[in-house]
Design a protein around this ligand. Structure first.
Ligand code: R2B
Ligand code: URA
Length: 383
């Protein structure tokens, strides 16, 4: 069964579920948030951010055009101007949601954005907006939300909270938002359902959502960053098949081409690593599913593997990961402009094992973050 998809003209996030309107309360179980327990428009709508003196970005002051504190919805216009003591805060609506698989990476991204936007608290730890959930973590830095799944065991949280002074989940951070989604389609899919409902309940508009992550490259140098134009399945088709009851619903996995081009244009200002646009193949497994010879099971020859990977390359695939088709399909149906930006940790035509040192891998993982930070700064008129 095929399903039609379309972008929303209003900029609002579309939830295509008539049952939601009939529900008295919506509990976003895995995020540990809810419509009755939390003021979602206040947490995820416009927020005021104190800003610090003396930092390079902060010193390029932005003024909130209008009277601070009176605008409750819609987009804000930030313009370069002269610092004025009558405007002690910046107003930010949530414009960018960044999701990734690793908790450390997404927290680091939130901290990077805090520094790059010159927000107060830069350099300090960022508060987890889903502190009560042991599944996902979420951080906000002004207009940016950063999200991921959680690795830290629940029992460590009270200690960690005490150590870094993380605020209660009932409050909200005035810093960055970022979300981590774990590994594979089921994990990102749960997170996206709840995130999309959250953006809907919070009445967010014109949100751009970006998955930043890692991947195996195909015929490209390790460390290259791939901006996905289309996510494809293991048969190189631009589709995501979702089983719904006993039916299979097929959804398109095309991503926003203009956004991909805008990201590529930003990459030209970062000459220290190669960035390219290509198809991304999404699989259900890291080993057999990605044609690796080094899993616990393998039933094919090295020749068969290379023949498959070369066919993928000829079909336009430049990297392989495990979430992009579900991400592209869900965002598209719900009217979110979406992008996938992943660094290649190795070239799969040359091997299967990831042998680079921790230092090299850490630096590689910063590359998508640096690109997205440059993109956000550009969109905000900061550079
Ligand atoms: C990239 O890296 C992970 C597997 O190592 C997976 O989440 C992905 O998409
Ligand atoms: N992530 C993947 O899914 N595959 C790789 O080869 C590397 C990272």
């Amino acid at each position: 069964m095929a399903e039609t998809t379309a972008y929303s003209g209003s900029g609002l996030v579309l939830v295509k579920n008539p049952h939601l309107d009939l529900m008295e309360e919506d509990v976003l179980y895995h995020l540990d948030l809810g419509t009755k327990t939390h003021d979602l428009p206040a947490m995820f709508g416009d927020i005021k951010c104190p800003w610090t003196d003396g930092e390079e970005v902060a010193s390029r002051c932005f003024l909130w055009e209008g009277v601070p504190g009176t605008a409750t919805s819609g987009t804000i216009r930030l313009t370069r101007g002269t610092r004025s003591s009558s405007v002690p805060t910046l107003m930010f609506c949530l414009q960018f949601v960044c999701v990734g698989g690793s908790p450390n990476r997404m927290r680091a991204f939130a901290q990077l954005m805090q520094r790059q936007l010159g927000l107060a608290g830069a350099g300090e730890d960022v508060a987890d907006m889903c502190a009560g959930s042991d599944r996902y973590a979420m951080y906000r830095a002004g207009p940016v939300l950063s999200i991921s799944t959680k690795k830290t065991p629940r029992c460590l949280f009270p200690l960690k909270k005490m150590a870094v002074g993380i605020s209660s989940r009932k409050g909200h951070s005035t810093t960055l938002s970022s979300l981590q989604h774990g590994m594979g389609i089921p994990s990102i899919s749960i997170m996206l359902h709840e995130l999309i409902k959250l953006l809907h309940h919070a009445k967010c508009r014109d949100v751009t959502i970006i998955r930043i992550g890692t991947s195996g490259g195909l015929g490209i140098e390790a460390g290259s960053v791939v901006i996905t134009d289309t996510a494809v399945d293991s048969s190189f088709q631009p589709r995501f098949e979702q089983v719904v009851l006993d039916d299979v619903v097929v959804r398109s996995t095309e991503l926003d081409k203009d956004l991909a081009e805008e990201l590529l244009a930003c990459s030209r200002d970062i000459p220290d690593f190669p960035t390219l646009i290509g198809h991304t193949m999404c699989t259900y497994d890291f080993y057999e599913g990605q044609g690796r010879l080094d899993g616990a099971l393998c039933s094919f020859s090295s020749e068969k593997k290379l023949e498959y990977l070369r066919r993928a390359y000829d079909a336009g695939v430049r990297n392989i990961e495990m979430e992009s088709t579900a991400f592209a399909a869900l965002c598209r149906v719900c009217g979110l402009k979406a992008a996938v930006v992943c660094v290649a940790l190795l070239d799969r035509l040359e091997g299967d094992q990831i042998r680079a040192s921790h230092e090299v891998l850490w630096e590689y993982q910063q590359r998508p973050q640096r690109l997205i930070a440059a993109f956000i700064r550009k969109r905000l008129g900061l550079c």
